[in-house]
Design a protein around this ligand. Structure first.
Ligand SMILES: Nc1nc2c(ncn2[C@@H]2O[C@H](COP(=O)(O)OP(=O)(O)O)[C@@H](O)[C@H]2O)c(=O)[nH]1
Ligand SMILES: [Mg+2]
Length: 460
């Protein structure tokens, strides 16, 4: 990636498309000079926000507001300008072209945030969280991402790192002066300190599962034979008519998905084509194939039955398919149409009871059982109670490095408990420190940075 620091970079920082206002951002040593070539204003010199026009020679291109941010107190740590323009893609393109002609170059993906990292405005965990903050789908995940941006996660890592550095200092003193037998810190005390670091890392590692759910959400597939109320359930959960509901079997031929905020969890609910043995309709058959793919990629299945009918041939077919695939994900049996007299009994049939994690009754007609279903959904994936207490975003990169640090600290503990193995203990503690440094972005390899920032959008 072309991340030359000396260049002045410019890009659209708001979403592509029509909008009332769009913001073009420009950062680098020459930002102000470049802007002055294309910006005419009568605002007084010392104003931070100036009203004026972007011009190409004598031709006015747009009426704009330019905000000037002076290094080093800026997002990137460099001189930075934000131009608020009218959000028309034609105007935006014209202004960007003018800026590029005047000496700026197009910003690479994530390059503004990358500069912020390079200039010490943000450490790597904070820079990564900028991306999470933008893509977070629920207020709980926004809160966690914002905490990372503010540095709450870094502070925890830095504090563990500080304890390790401190411990290393004591261990090295003993290594340097073995004959003098100076004991600044007893072996017991050193062990206790390593154990505290281990506990702190373990507690961070525990947050990973919830963080992953907050970032990626949970995929819930609504499955079942035709006409049991899958589409009705999707609509009831969403509170709007998203999928077509009819009493004609085989109406849903494609998967439909929508994401909702379910107690802080981004829940993607997928309505599927009903599975049945007898159909000649080729579109429906394709839909059923897609249903099978959805089942494999889902985190939870909501298997819907018609409570007012006895077990049918199609229910049995689905059961044998699920049994054959040996799925390990939770399955919630949902006995829908519970407003009608019950004729269904799946309890005494091992074909069903072996598969089902939990059972619930719903009626989309009377809107009963829906909240209980949502509650059960977060419970069966094992994050119900933790989600509210999660205040950090731990991604897979952090998880791997935290695991490495943990392993190294466990070895440190082991070596410390032996006699004359202080050198090895020091070596392991150093490895743990290196892993924590890498989380923060200290001494991190160029290609790792490239990978992280290339996932960002242009303009971030
Ligand atoms: N009585 C009753 N009818 C329902 C309920 N849920 C759905 N239905 C009806 O069952 C039929 C099939 O519903 P639909 O959502 O299209 O089922 P799908 O084929 O599984 O998607 C429609 O006529 C719905 O109005 C319910 O809880 N109670
Ligand atoms: Mg349907």
């Amino acid at each position: 990636m072309n991340y030359l620091k000396e260049d002045t970079i410019a890009a659209l920082s708001t979403a592509v498309g029509k909008s009332a206002i769009a913001v073009i951002r420009m950062s680098g040593n020459n930002s102000f000079d470049i802007l002055n070539k294309v910006f005419k204003t009568s605002s007084s010199k010392d104003k931070q926000i100036k009203y004026g026009f972007i011009v190409d020679g004598n031709e006015r291109k747009d009426e704009v507001l330019c905000s000037f941010f002076y290094a080093p107190n800026t997002y990137t740590g460099e001189n930075l300008v934000e131009i608020s323009v009218h959000g028309n893609p034609v105007i935006i393109n014209e202004i960007l072209t003018l800026l590029y002609k005047a000496g700026a170059r197009p910003a690479e993906p994530g390059e503004f945030t990358y500069r912020s990292f390079l200039n010490g405005k943000k450490d790597l965990t904070q820079a990564e969280a900028v991306c999470n903050l933008i893509t977070s789908k629920t207020s709980t995940s926004v809160k966690a991402a914002l905490n990372n941006v503010k540095g709450t996660f870094s502070i925890k890592i830095k504090s563990i790192k500080k304890s390790i550095i401190n411990l290393l200092a004591f261990m090295e003193v003993n290594l340097d002066h073995p004959e003098e037998d100076i004991i600044f810190l007893s072996r017991q005390e050193k062990l206790a300190r390593v154990k505290t670091c281990i506990k702190d890392i373990e507690s961070l590692l525990k947050s990973y599962k919830v963080s992953k759910v907050l970032q990626n959400g949970i995929k819930v597939a609504l499955i079942g034979k035709p006409n049991v109320g899958k589409s009705s359930l999707l609509n009831t959960i969403l509170g709007k008519n998203r999928a077509i509901v009819t009493d004609i079997a085989g109406t849903t031929t494609d998967t439909i998905d929508e994401t909702i905020d379910c107690y802080g969890v981004p829940l993607t609910v997928i309505d599927t084509a009903g599975i049945r043995t007898h159909t000649e309709n080729s579109i429906e058959l394709l839909g059923q194939e897609k249903t099978k793919e959805t089942i494999f990629s889902a985190d939870v299945l909501v298997w819907i039955f018609d409570n007012s009918l006895p077990i049918g041939e199609d229910d049995l077919q689905i059961a044998s398919m699920l049994n054959k695939e040996k799925l390990t994900i939770p399955i919630i049996a949902t006995l829908n149409k519970s407003d009608l007299p019950q004729k269904l009994n799946i309890d005494n049939n091992p074909l069903f009871s072996n598969l089902v994690t939990t059972k619930i009754k719903t009626s989309t007609k009377e809107e009963t059982g829906i909240f209980t279903l949502l509650e059960k959904l977060t419970k069966v994936v094992g994050i119900n109670d933790e989600i509210q207490n999660t205040n950090l975003m731990i991604n897979s990169r952090h998880y791997t490095l935290l695991s490495n640090a943990l392993e190294a600290l466990q070895k440190t503990k082991l070596e410390l408990s032996k006699k004359d193995a202080d050198e090895l203990a020091c070596f392991q503690a150093q490895l743990a420190q290196n892993a924590l440094n890498e989380i923060l972005g200290v001494e991190v390899k160029e290609d790792i940075l490239d990978t992280i920032f290339s996932t960002f959008c242009i303009g971030k």
